[in-house]
Design a protein around this ligand. Sequence first.
Ligand SMILES: Cc1cc2nc3c(=O)[nH]c(=O)nc-3n(C[C@H](O)[C@H](O)[C@H](O)COP(=O)(O)OP(=O)(O)OC[C@H]3O[C@@H](n4cnc5c(N)ncnc54)[C@H](O)[C@@H]3O)c2cc1C
Length: 625
Amino acid sequence: MPVFVERASADRDSRVNPVLESALPRITPPPPIDSDKYEVIIAGSGPAGLMLSVCLAHYGIQSVLTVDKRPSTLKAGQADGIQPRTIEVLQSLDLAHEMLTQGCLLHEVAFWNPKTGGKGIERTAFVADVAVPSRYPHELTIHQGRIERILFQDLEKYGKKVQRGTDVVGFELKEDDKEWPVEVTLRDEQGDRKVRTKFLVGCDGAHSTVRKAMGLELEGDTTDHVWGVMDAVITSTFPDIRKRCAIHSSEGSIMIIPRERIPGGKVLTRVYCQMSSLENASKAESKAARNAITLERLTTQTAKALAPYTFSFSDVDWWAAYQIGQRTASAFSLADSNGVKRVHIAGDACHTHSPKAGQGMNVSMMDTYNLSFKLAHVLNGLAPPEILDTYESERLDIARQLIEFDTKFSSMFSGRIGEDSGLTHDEFVSVFRTGGGFTSGCGIEYGPGMLVDPQADVVKDGNRSLGLLWPGRRLMNVRTIRFADANPRNLQDDFASTGVYRILLMLPRSWRDQMNMQQVIQKYTSSIPDQFPRGAMETAIMYPGERGDIEWTDFPEAVRERNEWLLLGDAYGEAYTTFGVNEEVGAVAVVRPDGYVGMVGRVEETARVRAWLGGVLNAIPDGPQ
Ligand SMILES: Cc1cc2nc3c(=O)[nH]c(=O)nc-3n(C[C@H](O)[C@H](O)[C@H](O)COP(=O)(O)OP(=O)(O)OC[C@H]3O[C@@H](n4cnc5c(N)ncnc54)[C@H](O)[C@@H]3O)c2cc1C
């Protein structure tokens, strides 16, 4: 055995466990270690609350209390579908692996309709489940409880836990203490206790206590359609049982969602089945209709609608009866007397809708993903508190679009297809297809505001839904080759969710011949970042085509010193084409910490980029100009 003389740096902990590495810079003093004061209190640890807890942990926010009245993570039922944009976000947090390898990937949807001129049903189309470009061109299904467990285990890596069996029973804004103005009342088996926080986030579901204490209600309607849903092992002669299916039969509608394998090797399937339609029912009548649904009625109805194919089941994991309702709160945030948004609601606490478009859990997690970097930046003194206003302006708009889509989609799905109903198969498929940009999460576009530059015509020759570099749209994934080590990279992996802004400089083809380009690169690489707290932003530089004869010496020294890992070649020819950037002129973009494009400019517009960043990040006082 060889004999070594070993010497290692004394502090190796963060090498062994990178989560210990300091994340975002902090300008403000560290918070006190005090069991009665937390910088953020999160009510609820469903998908929305866990996503927020995980993101804050990744960004290095230590003083966070997450409470949940439930004793454990969800064991059965509720949501199961993860949309492509959510997978991208989970991947950016390094959380997608188990879901991708063990979940069920849905690439295709089968549409079935009443058989023309006969009894039973017939397949009328196969349609791609995800029609918009995405790094993950499919939906993914896996049980919500498992998703919660994955998020929860990630939280544990950061030494964090959810305080279970603890209920948020109310809050008051008490501005006697300007720094900790929110007093939250917690209740557990020991009784009530009051704690102070800078920010309270209600991720406490549809019956949200936080929302009610803000004086808000969910506004909207409940439809008259009653549905049943079950997760079970299904045996059937139906040929598409392992595909997502939208079935309109003369006996009512069904949706089939293939699911993951369960221990023992059997495979789960979720079945949504239309049970009854009421007319102008009162609350009591609606409740009675839901209560009247039994597992036997649900399975008998499913068998009828699937006929002539056989249907039997075993291993029922969960079943429920529900009525579709679309509701949203009129506001998502509450300000203190200084106008600082101190209390927020997210997820089901501020919007509910039908589950069949697979949106609930996704939109809930994306709400808090949007909020998390804004809270972290304000707490660390990196951004002005007005940045928190953009949570409501961006996410309320998305919630309204969701309600609009869901109302249309679910009423069409609950309706009959055929000559007498006025609804055609083509109309239904068309709503499914055109809604795909929204439902996949990939077509979401935040409107102009503090974090989305209104000047959106710098790069314009292309289709926004195909990945055009456009303020308010997420940065689409493209493959590149890293200059330093010739490694193939996915751009979204280089733009992971670490809480920082990124300048993406896409050089023009003739960058080495242009006199001013060295100075421009220098500005984006060091002069501009140096005006902000170190570590609050990074710069990625991309050149068109392959490396060819490019050498490190072609760049200012700062590129190698600071961006060795972020010098990328568009060797696959994907980036400039997808982003709609003309290789002859190039472009520059600033990408927000949540992966959405904040602004797009011409390469030489260094002053505009600096000014935009100055609006969203606090510059170092008396720092270099
Ligand atoms: C019966 C049912 C079936 C569903 N089926 C589907 C589906 O098939 N597909 C789909 O996409 N979506 C479905 N959904 C919706 C999906 O589950 C939700 O959209 C998603 O869970 C929302 O996440 P959330 O974190 O906002 O809220 P929730 O998941 O509801 O989590 C809220 C958490 O807050 C806790 N809590 C509540 N009040 C307090 C309090 N005062 N103090 C402390 N903790 C509190 C709760 O215990 C819970 O853990 C279903 C929902 C339900 C209820």
